[in-house]
Write a protein that binds this ligand. Sequence first.
Ligand SMILES: NC(=O)c1ccc[n+]([C@@H]2O[C@H](COP(=O)([O-])OP(=O)(O)OC[C@H]3O[C@@H](n4cnc5c(N)ncnc54)[C@H](OP(=O)(O)O)[C@@H]3O)[C@@H](O)[C@H]2O)c1
Length: 280
Amino acid sequence: MILITGATGHIGKELVPQLFQVGCSLRVLVRDERKVADLNPQIERAVGDLSKAESLIPAMRGVERIFLVTMDKPQDVNVIEAAKRARVQHIVKLSTLEAAEHKIAVGKWHYEREELIRASGLDWTFLRPGMFMSNSIDWWSASIKAQGAVFFPGGKGKVAPVDPRDIASVAAHALTQPGHNGKAYELTGPELMTIKEMVETISRTIGRSLVYRGIPPIAAKLFMLKSGMNKVLVNALMEMLRSLRRNEGAIVTDTVQQVINHPPRTFEMWCRENVAAFQN
Ligand SMILES: NC(=O)c1ccc[n+]([C@@H]2O[C@H](COP(=O)([O-])OP(=O)(O)OC[C@H]3O[C@@H](n4cnc5c(N)ncnc54)[C@H](OP(=O)(O)O)[C@@H]3O)[C@@H](O)[C@H]2O)c1
């Protein structure tokens, strides 16, 4: 039995069908069962919350492997404790590319949590992806629909955005095949792009001209604070933006190809499959 956390999130919702198609026994841990009403009834549901340790005990009964998406360190602590009690074998944790150097806050937070898992005695695999392609929907679809524009302080920095489906495929391999214990996989897409080039790709794909405005970082900070985001998180995101603008995220790896034996999808391919998300 594989327990999938974050089943409604960007990676989890791609991972569940991939594992189900190959016949895995699955259980999803969800806070709200209604959000997974569409899943095949053969997939077990466990209602629980990663922040509530007691809710994880029944969720882990009979589980051998876990796909883990956590938001903070106490959640990892809860999962490790419950996993040890349930004699879980292997945790495949969704981490981040920045954990490799763990210089900036987001990388440090994930690295710290990786260390807890490493020290737990459980088998582990860490997935360290760069920017998800799907961020472009979360961050830009509203202004694209309303104004035909993207406002973002990307500067000249480049990233190699990665398709959530490819991250899920790597997770599926790590959860079902031998040879992934003790590995930390840095996962990127195939090509380096500036944010302006990403917007141009969306524009070409949806057949609508879009404007990219490279706003000053402080404008992005004020926007995030005004929209009610937590100050600590905003500061961490500002640090990531600084790192992007200094081109420190310009990393391409061939790990997706190595693990799944298939080249990672391009941003253009992903855009073609997600045209509707940018249209009214
Ligand atoms: N976005 C990127 O570019 C990127 C890049 C590298 C790494 N990452 C990492 O990927 C992870 C996911 O990031 P994301 O922002 O994109 O999130 P996401 O995919 O939206 O996923 C969040 C998932 O976690 C679940 N969840 C949240 N709090 C929970 C709780 N207390 N108990 C149980 N489930 C809970 C959510 O379920 P509900 O449906 O209940 O809300 C949802 O399924 C983060 O650790 C992030 O650092 C992201």
